[in-house]
Design a protein around this ligand. Structure first.
Ligand code: ZN
Length: 264
C-alpha cells in the first residue's frame, strides 16, 4: 500500500503536547508518509520548527500569518516573518510553503482591510521566495479570487485548504491551474454534498489530502480531537466517492503534492 500525505496539520498545537510521539506513531502506522505543518503567527513559527526538527524528513514547516490572527500588530508580525524567510533562504531552506494565509470573515469583518493587506503581502512573498501558498479562506472567496488573479501568472502554485464549497466555487478555484483543493474531514460528514460535487467537477489530479487536525475530525471520529492518522478515513471516503481504489487516491494525491511542494 502506498503511503499518503497529511498536507495540513497543526501538530505543534498544545492539544498534542502530552502525546505527540504517540500521535506520530499512529500516523505512521496508518500509512501517513509525511505531514505538513502551517504556522499561524510569529510565535507559532518556533513551535512548528521545533516539531519539524524532532521529525526530520517527516514533518515539514510552513510560515505565515493566519487571517484570524491579523490584528493591529500584523505588519510587525510580517516584518519578523520576512526576516525569518530571508534567513531560511540563505540557510536551511526548510519552509515548504507560505501558510496558512488568506481571508476569514466568518466571525467578523473588523480587520477586513488589514486581512487584505496582510494576505497580499504574503502572496507577494510566495512569488519572491518561489514557494507555494497554503490558503485559508472563509466567507471571502470573491475577495480572495480577485486578489489572486492579479498575481496568477507569477505564482508557483498552492492549495485552497479545507475546501467545502459548491461546484461553481470549485470550478472558480480550479481556474488557478497550479493550485489544488485541500480535502479533509468535512467530506465524510453525513450532511456533506462534497461526495457528489467533487467527482462531478474536480479531477483527482487537483486534490490533496489533509486533516486540519486537531480540528475537523472525520467520521467515525467526528467531534473528537483530530489527528493525522485519520487522513486515512478521508482518503477512503474520497476513493469511494470517485469509485477508485484507495491506492489510486494515495498515488494521485502524492503526485499532486510533489507537483506543488516538490516533496515525495
Ligand atoms: Zn489550519
Amino acid at each position: 500500500m502506498t503511503t499518503f500525505i497529511d498536507t495540513h496539520t497543526h501538530l505543534d498545537g498544545e492539544e498534542f503536547a502530552n502525546d505527540r510521539p504517540e500521535v506520530i506513531a499512529r500516523a505512521k502506522a496508518a500509512g501517513v508518509g509525511s505531514v505538513f505543518i502551517p504556522a499561524i503567527d510569529v510565535k507559532s513559527v518556533a513551535t512548528v520548527l521545533d516539531v519539524c526538527h524532532q521529525y526530520p524528513g517527516y514533518a515539514y514547516p510552513m510560515i505565515g500569518l493566519h487571517p484570524e490572527e491579523v490584528r493591529e500588530d500584523w505588519a510587525d508580525q510580517l516584518d519578523t516573518m520576512q526576516t525569518m524567510l530571508d534567513a531560511d533562504r540563505n540557510g536551511k531552506q526548510e519552509f515548504i510553503a507560505i501558510g496558512e494565509v488568506g481571508l476569514d470573515y466568518y466571525w467578523s469583518r473588523e480587520y477586513e482591510r488589514e486581512q487584505l493587506l496582510a494576505f497580499e503581502r504574503q502572496v507577494q512573498w510566495a512569488i519572491e521566495y518561489r514557494l507555494p501558498l497554503m490558503i485559508h479562506c472563509r466567507k471571502g472567496q470573491n475577495e480572495m479570487v480577485k486578489l489572486l488573479r492579479k498575481y496568477e501568472q507569477e505564482l508557483v502554485g498552492g492549495v485552497f485548504h479545507c475546501f467545502t464549497g459548491n461546484q461553481n466555487e470549485a470550478q472558480e478555484l480550479l481556474g488557478f491551474e497550479r493550485f489544488s483543493l485541500g480535502i479533509g474531514g468535512v467530506l465524510t460528514f453525513k450532511s456533506s454534498h462534497l461526495r457528489d460535487d467533487l467527482p462531478a467537477v474536480v479531477p483527482l489530479s487537483r486534490i490533496v489530502l489533509e486533516t486540519d487536525s486537531p480540528y475537523m475530525a472525520p467520521v467515525p471520529h467526528r467531534g473528537k480531537r483530530n489527528e493525522s492518522a485519520y487522513v486515512a478515513d478521508v482518503m477512503r471516503c474520497l476513493a469511494a466517492s470517485y469509485g477508485v481504489s484507495d491506492d489510486e487516491v494515495a498515488q494521485q494525491t502524492n503526485r499532486n503534492v510533489e507537483r506543488i511542494f516538490g516533496i515525495k
